[in-house]
Ligand binder design. Sequence first.
Ligand code: GNR
Ligand code: NI
Length: 174
Amino acid sequence: MTIRKILVEPDPFLRQKSKKVEKVDDDVRSLMNDMLETMYDAPGIGLAAIQIGVAKRIIVMDLAKENEKKQPLYFINPEIITKSEIDLTYEEGCLSVPGQFAEIDRPDRCKIKYLDYDGKEQILNAQGLLATCIQHEIDHLEGVLFIDYLSKLKRSMITKKLSKQKKELERIVV
Ligand code: GNR
Ligand code: NI
């Protein structure tokens, strides 16, 4: 397993649409293991493959608390089948938008169809944080970030701040 570099906005790669996985093989499982290790190291509760520069429809998540046993979840080619009318507001963050948080409304419940670690088709009824997180991750597969739901002004303030941080980091590294 390897910890990979997480891409940070603004990065055109994060805006790509990820491609469907045709076959769940050992290469896909090895990628998911790297994603999980990268996510735990960050630390975060979810990660989409595009965030480590791989444009495939793969997500890993773990909502277990620090003192609890790890509960890794793997989603390949996830699709939202149904979502509730009722929204939940949650303060979201993103490993690709470091240090920025905002309240985002999303459906409180959703039903997801996906392939699991073994390539078997599964259905999941998600609610609360699980539903919020999986919708946040599926957005990544479409090149969408949570800041896209904010006003133009708020979003541009965040993007500017991140660009500046990137430039400063480059100066230090070089
Ligand atoms: O670690 C993460 N926390 C989080 C909190 C609220 C809503 C969504 C998330 S996902 C985020 C990790 C991440 O960027 N996944 O793409
Ligand atoms: Ni994210």
